[in-house]
Design a protein around this ligand. Structure first.
Ligand SMILES: Nc1ncnc2c1ncn2[C@@H]1O[C@H](COP(=O)(O)OP(=O)(O)OP(=O)(O)O)[C@@H](O)[C@H]1O
Ligand SMILES: [Mg+2]
Length: 251
């Protein structure tokens, strides 16, 4: 398999709401193990783009390919099953279950297993659950209820749950929102390490530019539904159009 194989290929994607062209002709790719940051001012079309990729919205035109297969217009559960994970926006964990049980439940769901008795369900996937918890640095919390975790640990659990679905592409809408700077750096570094280790393509939006420039391989800047720049972090920082439309305004 070619090293530069694209996990995601988006071509000429469009979505309007009434007269608003929220996504207006997006074309881009994300390779295995690559982290692409999607930035831009409020209303630029970032979340709409995510919703088109994971099937929550159907595009007016354009195509979305995952590992070469056309997934345009498929339903969210179908797209998720094909390997598109989503993290940090929706509460994916169950507060009354332990951290380990949350992972076991996610692994059972991924393997489409159902159990008649809870004790049978909770005998499954223990080593795999613990391996994932270890990868996100949560093994020492395995026996605690998810509901009592600190915010940063809950995000780690959410990430482990996403990994339980063996994603090829991970979509993260503002992963570090609401976190303190130090904790935020740790989380973003963890995402970086996991993307590299599992060869996961990551597409994320983020308003915190330090987080963006710290971990992104490439940065894509949207404005009014269109890409105004795409490239490595240094070239984006130096781009006059980006500074005028976004970075200048943000600082
Ligand atoms: N369901 C909807 N119905 C109507 N208009 C919408 C809908 N969703 C988004 N829009 C409009 O589409 C445009 C893009 O919005 P979107 O939420 O994608 O921006 P965003 O880049 O995620 O912004 P933010 O940084 O604030 O999260 C905006 O003008 C928004 O008002
Ligand atoms: Mg948004």
């Amino acid at each position: 398999m070619a090293a530069a194989m694209n996990v995601l290929e988006v071509s000429d994607l469009h979505k309007s709401f009434g007269g608003v062209r929220a996504v207006d002709g997006l074309s881009f790719t994300v390779a295995a193990g690559e982290i692409l940051a999607l930035i831009g001012p409020n209303g630029a079309g970032k979340s709409t783009c995510f919703n088109l990729l994971n099937g929550q919205l159907a595009p007016d035109r354009g195509t979305v390919r995952l590992l070469g297969c056309d997934i345009t217009g498929l339903k969210p559960h179908h797209i998720a099953r094909l390997g598109v994970g989503r993290s940090f926006q929706i509460a994916t964990s169950f507060a009354s279950m332990t951290v380990r049980e949350n992972l076991q439940t996610a692994l059972s769901a991924h393997h489409r297993q159902t159990w008649r008795f809870w004790r049978d369900a909770m005998a499954q996937h223990v080593p795999h659950a613990e391996a994932l918890l270890s990868q996100v640095g949560l093994l020492h919390q395995a026996d605690r209820a998810a509901g009592v975790l600190a915010y940063g640990d809950l995000k780690r659990l959410d990430l482990a749950i996403a990994l339980a679905g063996a994603p090829k592409l991970l979509l993260m809408d503002e992963p570090s929102a609401g976190m303190a700077a130090a904790e935020r750096g740790d989380l973003m570094r963890l995402v970086r390490d996991l993307a590299t280790a599992h060869r996961i393509a990551v597409l994320f939006t983020e308003h915190d530019m330090a987080a963006v420039f710290a971990i992104a391989d490439r940065v894509m800047v949207l404005d009014r539904g269109q890409i105004i720049a795409i490239g490595d972090p240094a070239s984006i920082r130096a781009n006059p159009a980006v500074q005028a439309s976004y970075l200048g305004a943000a600082s």
